[in-house]
Design a protein around this ligand. Structure first.
Ligand code: G6P
Length: 614
């Protein structure tokens, strides 16, 4: 987490840094800071709060300088306050540094440096690294580039750093390991640095993604020199960005989350475009075709993911077992990586990640790779670390997702996973041609059905008004709708801070039923299909305890309408595809409740979009 941005060139650095920080606020937003170099002066501004607080803090002060660095923080070491905010300075005040990641051995390093006379002002691991670089530069009598390289050999942990030297306005030094960092190459001898390409896109499309353990020296009006921390020279690999600037704007919506909810008809279509042949009833996924043998011989699929992506993984468990008849295990990446899991070389590991940067998911991939499994990535961010670390994969093509609460990324993940399950099922012959044809045709109509599901917005808003002050909420579903119940509950707690739990509807009687009283809203996914009657019985059980029932039903349903307090209709669809529709009103519901409660929908407290620490 944490967003980092840097600029060196002829332009004014401050507006570039501030605009960049606003784009990166999804990575953390508990404090922010900038350092600017001008006429031999190093000006440092930082404070607790959001980037807009920093803007107010800096107002009326000098912001000159055409070299600078900026940071927006998600606290790991030390609480969010003015002192712990980045940039941090070296003891002699000559170096300013910003950092994303965690220096795991910062405590012994700090102890050692303290013995050597270093005095620290903050609680951060970042300040320790800044002092270490200073110490090496002074004692080993080397230049800053070399000092950074040597220092990073002593570091255990993750980092993306940018270092600026008060006495050298012509240079920025950057480095990365396990935290993303991209360098933009401007057309006027200028350079941009950032955690992702979003702050860079409006200035240049030419970028270099730094690899792990690489250090780069960026010289104004000159070149980019890259070495590994082991001092091997590397040639910068310049790539062209495909991202469009408009995709990063709110487009008239009050919040990114709402915009992203409404983008789903398009994002789901973008996701399956070119991958299905309606006439032939075929699904083509190049990541599967090129490793067909692996899929044909797979004895097991292990899915690793976190958060909403883990919920998409749970949907995939139903999909792959039901359609392709391959056993599936769905794992929290953070548990999997430390469990000494049994992994065989005929296992396929699917890593699902919107950002493609989640530290736990990345570590799980590395572990599974070491043990010989084939790794398939389902990522949204093109060129992200996970997409590069995996053996094969499929992008979800949902476009940039800025709201911290994931919406369109989830439906795109579920779409890709559905296509994958169908592609494998077709190859294995575990699905009847007739069913395959019908499901492909149904997937093709999902964007229109999402459009219809979005029309529930007014009724959802009315329901939100009634339950906005609830302290607890329960979400129930069975089969393919169980993961959606979990996702609905997660959406509500993430952005409205109402305690919510998702449960398999039948499992409710083994615990949560004790919580039900007339104050408790219970959201039930009760669409027509395999377990409709069973869910209706569960609704009756809630009703008998005076719980308030809000049911998501298939359009035209009359039975549940009679027993539920409220119903929200979604279009009829096959059980397999219901998650793509039933999640829509639940996303809208959380959004409206959060807005009504005055919460910051796009930047909920304590959360970050991209969790690059474990
Ligand atoms: C964070 C985000 C969630 C996301 C999870 C996994 O917690 O707030 O929205 O689902 O990370 O992120 P990933 O990028 O790996 O899907």
């Amino acid at each position: 987490m944490c967003g980092i941005v840097g600029y060196i060139g002829e332009k004014d650095a401050y507006p570039i840094l501030m605009k960049g920080l606003k784009r990166l606020e999804y990575r953390g937003y508990d404090s922010a800071g900038v350092a600017l170099l001008h006429d031999g002066e190093l000006n440092l501004y930082k404070c607790k709060g959001k980037v807009s607080d920093l803007e107010n803090h800096v107002a009326n002060q000098s912001t000159h300088g055409n070299i600078g660095i900026g940071h927006t923080r998600w606290a790991t070491h030390g609480p969010p306050n003015d002192v712990n905010a980045h940039p941090h300075l070296s003891g002699d005040g000559k170096l300013a540094m910003i950092h994303n990641g965690i220096i795991e051995n910062y405590a012994p390093l700090k102890e050692e440096l303290t013995k050597r006379g270093h005095v620290f002002k903050s609680d951060t691991d970042t300040e320790v690294l800044t002092h270490l670089i200073e110490d090496i530069r002074n004692n080993a009598n080397v230049n800053l580039f070399e000092a950074v390289r040597i220092a990073l050999n002593e570091v255990v942990g993750a980092y993306a750093i940018v270092v600026m030297d008060k006495n050298n306005p012509e240079q920025l030094i950057v480095a990365k390991k396990s935290s993303p960092l991209v360098i933009g190459i401007g057309s006027e001898g200028d350079f941009f640095v950032a955690s992702d390409a979003t702050p860079i896109i409006e200035y240049t499309k030419n970028v270099v993604y730094l690899e792990d353990e690489e250090v780069a020296m960026i010289n104004r009006n000159a070149d980019l020199k890259i070495v590994t921390i082991q001092n091997q020279e590397k040639t910068p690999y310049i790539q062209e960005l495909e991202m469009q600037l408009e995709a990063l704007e709110k487009g008239g919506y009050d919040y990114f989350m709402l915009k992203e909810i409404y983008e789903q008809p398009r994002s789901v279509r973008d996701c399956f475009r070119g991958r299905m042949n309606l006439t032939k009833g075929m699904v083509r996924m190049s990541g599967i075709d090129t490793h067909e043998e692996k899929w044909m011989n797979a004895k097991r699929i292990i899915i690793v993911a976190c958060g909403t992506s883990w919920h998409a993984g749970l949907v995939a468990e139903y999909l792959f077992e039901d359609l392709a008849r391959i056993p599936v295990e769905v794992e929290y990446a953070s548990e999997f990586r430390y469990r000494n899991p049994i992994i065989n070389d005929d296992d396929i590991v699917i890593a699902i990640s919107q950002s493609g940067e989640t530290a736990d998911t990345l570590a799980a991939i590395k572990l599974a790779k070491e043990k010989g499994a084939h790794i398939f990535g389902v990522c949204n961010v093109v060129g992200s670390t996970i997409s590069r670390e995996t053996d094969s994969g499929s992008y979800t093509h949902a476009g940039p997702e800025i709201g911290v609460a994931s919406t369109k990324a989830f439906t795109a993940q579920v779409t890709v996973l559905t296509l994958m399950a169908l592609a494998v099922a077709e190859k294995k012959g575990t699905i009847k041609q007739e069913r395959l044809h019908r499901l492909i045709a149904e997937i093709n109509s999902i964007p229109d059905k999402i459009e219809l599901a979005l029309k529930s917005n007014d009724i959802v808003e009315t329901i939100a008004e009634i339950y906005k002050d609830a302290s607890n909420a329960l979400y129930l579903g069975r089969g393919y709708s169980f993961p959606v119940a979990l996702e609905g509950a997660l959406k509500l707690k993430e952005i409205s801070y109402i305690h919510a739990e998702g449960y398999p509807a039948a499992e409710m009687k083994h615990g949560p039923i004790a919580l039900i009283d007339e104050e408790m809203p219970v959201f039930v996914i009760a669409t027509h299909g395999h377990s409709y009657e069973k869910v209706v019985s569960n609704i009756e059980e809630v009703k008998a305890r005076k719980g308030k029932i809000i049911a998501i039903v298939t359009a035209g349903d009359t039975h549940v309408k009679k027993i539920a307090d409220h119903v929200i209709e979604i279009p009829k669809s096959d059980d397999v595809l219901v998650p793509l529709l039933s999640v829509i009103p639940l996303q809208l519901l959380s959004y409206h409740i959060a807005v009504m409660r005055g919460c910051n929908v796009d930047q909920p407290r304590n959360l970050a979009k991209s969790v690059t620490v474990e």
